[in-house]
Design a protein around this ligand. Structure first.
Ligand SMILES: [Zn+2]
Length: 325
């Protein structure tokens, strides 16, 4: 898989340009607040760089990267409900990349999750922020699990309903335990949502309350210790405030989940794109080793290195499995 397949440069750059316009319309001169580390709650982490007018701090305790100071929540509400970039993402970006993202991202993800579901003997899946229902379609196509989509957008909820899925048209935080079948063991999933959350701990606290004993939660998010994010620094396209706000890492996510009460079942970094992303942005890499590696490595060496990055926990794509006992 290549970065170009899932984020064609031209269209992705258009999207990033629209975010810039949204930033100047919505966030310019906004009220902000100092945030403690979203993983370990330690205060006053130094700002390591600025990106597009937003400060990015790195926690001295757990190395979590996070946007700080953070604009107040009301600005994000507008950004997600009524902005140029959110419209572009939901229409143009989605349409132009649907086929390749389905093949490259959602089919393999569905297979991976299906294996986990069989291991845990769980067939009831709730997809938080299920969007267009593509993951739900691909998972149900494997004939094991059934999916309910949790999706607050009226437009997207209708699309999922038209595809035949049960939909809870709501934000997770507005749901109650009696919205779920309590007798069934459930698996909640969310993909590439966690890095967008204004308050990750509040989200997890809410989810923990909704879960029953034995339920599991599987989610993917960005790891701030991923090699592409670390070597590219503020030039990493993943560091994209106000879109992405939290970049935990394998150890800080474990710390946060344990604080809430979850049992950790596994944290891996199965990403495949770190080196390809670095290669596409190599003009921004200062580190001498990586500059030379990207220049001279054979395809085989490149693949071996990517594999060892993923296996050792240093890819920026992180997958977490946790359980409520
Ligand atoms: Zn921390």
């Amino acid at each position: 898989m290549k970065e170009e397949d899932i984020r064609p440069k031209k269209i992705f750059d258009t999207f990033l340009g629209l975010i810039q316009e949204d930033v100047s319309e919505i966030f310019n001169g906004c009220e902000t607040q100092e945030m403690p580390c979203p993983a370990c709650n330690s205060g006053a982490s130094p700002v390591v760089y600025e990106k597009d007018g937003f400060g990015v701090s790195e926690c001295e305790e757990c190395l979590t990267l996070y946007v700080n100071p953070r604009p107040k929540f009301k600005y994000f509400k507008k950004f997600y409900s009524d902005s140029k970039s959110s419209k572009f993402w939901a229409t143009t970006f989605y349409k132009e990349t649907e086929v390749s993202r389905r093949e490259q991202i959602w089919k393999p993800k569905a297979q991976q999750i299906n294996v986990l579901l069989k291991n845990y003997n769980i067939q009831n899946v709730y997809d938080i922020g299920g969007g267009y229902g593509v993951f739900a379609e691909e998972l149900e196509a494997l004939d094991y699990a059934s999916v309910t989509v949790i999706e607050p957008s009226m437009h997207l909820a209708k699309i999922c309903r038209d595809k035949g899925f049960k939909v809870l048209e709501s934000f997770l935080e507005d749901l109650r335990t009696d919205d779920f079948e309590s007798a069934q063991t459930k698996c909640f999933v969310s993909f590439e949502l966690f890095e967008h959350l204004y308050d990750p701990k509040a989200f997890l606290d809410n989810l923990y309350c909704l879960m029953g004993s034995g339920d599991i939660f599987i989610f993917s998010t960005l790891s701030g210790l991923g090699v592409d994010i670390q070597t590219l620094g503020k030039h990493s396209k993943s560091i994209s405030p106000p879109q992405h706000l939290n970049f935990l890492n394998p150890s800080s996510i474990k710390f946060l989940l344990k604080r809430i009460g979850f049992t950790i079942e596994g944290v891996t970094t199965p990403g495949k794109l770190d080196l390809d992303i670095m290669k596409n942005n190599s003009k921004y890499i200062n580190d001498s080793f990586w500059r030379k590696f990207l220049k001279v490595a054979s395809e085989e060496q490149f693949d071996m290195m990517q594999k060892s990055i993923s296996d050792s926990g240093f890819s920026s794509h992180m997958l977490v499995v946790c359980k409520k006992l």
